[in-house]
Design a protein around this ligand. Structure first.
Ligand SMILES: Cc1cc2nc3c(=O)[nH]c(=O)nc-3n(C[C@H](O)[C@H](O)[C@H](O)COP(=O)(O)OP(=O)(O)OC[C@H]3O[C@@H](n4cnc5c(N)ncnc54)[C@H](O)[C@@H]3O)c2cc1C
Length: 327
């Protein structure tokens, strides 16, 4: 393996979590390889909200700005590549990271920032409206539909909770359960909060000018709505954390300890895969925390190594300013 394919940190996933981590690690003079397969969770969105100083930015522009900032740090390299395997090296010396095209690199630490993808409800017409008038997150797009006629899609507790959440933005809410009955208690609580319930199975969504216009039911009825907010389970984008053997929490997220470290030594996790608050700025903050933890661990390891071989360290420091700092 070429020396240039030895990295301090490989980051898998270049969403807000991975990009923020790369910035902090680059500024800490770490050799960072950040890889991405080009499938961000917000692929359908044209406006990202709630990220202070970037409210309403097109996610593609957000990524482009992040790439520009990372380009200032010559020890950070971005690569369009899918990571398909990770193998620990003997003696806790790091990992071999394997790419879909067969090549491998070595890394001392690994950050998983691989995100999740939404499973859209099985309703004809929904996919082309996702990101414009069909959404999975009221914090991201609720403001744009404040005081407007919205529908909520979700089964059982999920539908109930999304309908309750939407009351922060509008009073005109219809919960569509798509064929599922609600308990009498849930129905009563929703009604007392002014939330209507439709249990009929949904036949399709109809659009006008690329935006939701009506929800059509199998019983022939139709409901005019300007937006639909759904709550369905999302899926991890990558099996890497499971393959490596990371522990999971009860909420289904990769379990993290101090500074985003996972249960596998040397592996860190950040962003939506931890199943914390699923907003871009939180993912970015988790990436920053992981970067802090990774750099702290690397610095301490190097410090301890130099203590064990003081002569070598002194020789190296004398011959090259700053040398010995990384390994
Ligand atoms: C329609 C929509 C609108 C949204 N709007 C907002 C909003 O307005 N405001 C907000 O705060 N949040 C919004 N979100 C949520 C936001 O997109 C997520 O919180 C954020 O993207 C999570 O960042 P992340 O870095 O964890 O994951 P992601 O952004 O999903 O990035 C993960 C990356 O990892 C890559 N990857 C996965 N596996 C591999 C692998 N094996 N090898 C290489 N690369 C891999 C993927 O290609 C992907 O690019 C929205 C989401 C959706 C679906």
């Amino acid at each position: 393996m070429r020396r240039s394919e030895d990295w301090d940190v490989v980051i898998v996933g270049a969403g807000p979590a991975g990009l923020s981590a790369a910035l902090v690690l680059g500024r800490a003079r770490r050799r960072v390889l950040i890889c991405d397969k080009g499938t961000p969770r917000n692929w359908a969105s044209r406006q990202m909200h709630g990220f202070i100083t970037r409210d309403g930015i097109d996610p593609r522009e957000f990524r482009a700005l992040a790439h520009e900032e990372l380009a200032r740090y010559d020890q950070v390299e971005r690569r369009s590549a899918t990571v398909v395997g990770v193998r620990p090296l003997a003696g806790g010396l790091g990992f071999k990271v394997k790419f879909a095209r067969g090549s491998e690199v070595r890394s001392r630490k690994l950050l998983l920032a691989t995100g999740v993808l939404d499973r859209l409800p099985q309703v004809p017409g929904i996919e082309k409206l996702f990101g414009t008038s069909v959404f999975q997150c009221p914090y991201c797009h609720g403001w744009e539909f404040r005081d407007r006629a919205v529908a909520v899609y979700g089964h059982g507790k999920r539908g109930f909770e999304m309908a309750r959440a939407m009351t922060a933005w509008t009073a005109d809410i219809v919960l569509c359960t798509d064929g599922e009955r609600l308990t009498a208690g849930a129905q009563r609580q929703l009604q007392r909060n002014g939330i209507q319930v439709r249990t009929a199975a949904i036949s399709k969504l109809e659009a006008r000018s690329g935006r939701l216009k009506r929800i059509v039911f199998h019983d022939g009825d139709a409901l005019a709505r300007e937006a639909l907010f759904f709550d369905t389970p999302s899926s991890e984008q990558s099996a890497l954390s499971r393959v490596i053997g990371c522990d999971y929490g009860d909420d289904g997220g990769v379990k993290c300890g101090q500074y985003s470290s996972t249960s596998v030594p040397g592996v860190y996790a950040a962003g939506n895969i931890t199943r914390d608050v699923q907003l871009a700025i939180v993912a970015a903050a988790e990436g920053t925390r992981a970067a802090f933890g990774i750099n702290r661990a690397l610095t301490r390891e190097d410090f301890a190594t130099r203590l064990r071989s003081p002569a070598a360290s002194t020789r190296e420091s004398a011959s090259r300013p700053g040398a010995g700092r990384k390994r």
